[in-house]
Design a protein around this ligand. Structure first.
Ligand SMILES: [Zn+2]
Length: 86
């Protein structure tokens, strides 16, 4: 399970989503026909995986106890959500 992190982009604490690039189908096809490229592709996918904010998909989430998060939460202390037009 992912632990809670803080998003400085939208100011929301939350559990980050893990995004794995590439596709499972390609991995399976490669493994079926060419074992070594398949393994390399599989390793690459997992090395290139990254965490994003569940609400705004920003990639710069920080741990909840990091100085950045504490500062961000302190600054965004005022109530009232920021309105998003659209
Ligand atoms: Zn966010």
């Amino acid at each position: 399970m992912a632990k809670m992190m803080f998003c400085p982009n939208c100011g929301q604490p939350g559990k980050p989503r893990r995004i794995v690039p590439g596709s499972v189908l390609i991995t399976l096809l490669l493994l079926m026909f060419w074992l070594v490229p398949g393994l390399i592709y599989m390793i690459w996918r997992h090395k290139a995986a990254y965490l994003v904010c569940p609400s705004c998909r920003a990639r710069n989430m920080v741990p909840l106890d990091s100085p950045n998060a504490v500062q961000g939460r302190g600054a965004a202390g005022s109530p009232g959500p920021t309105s998003v037009s659209g």
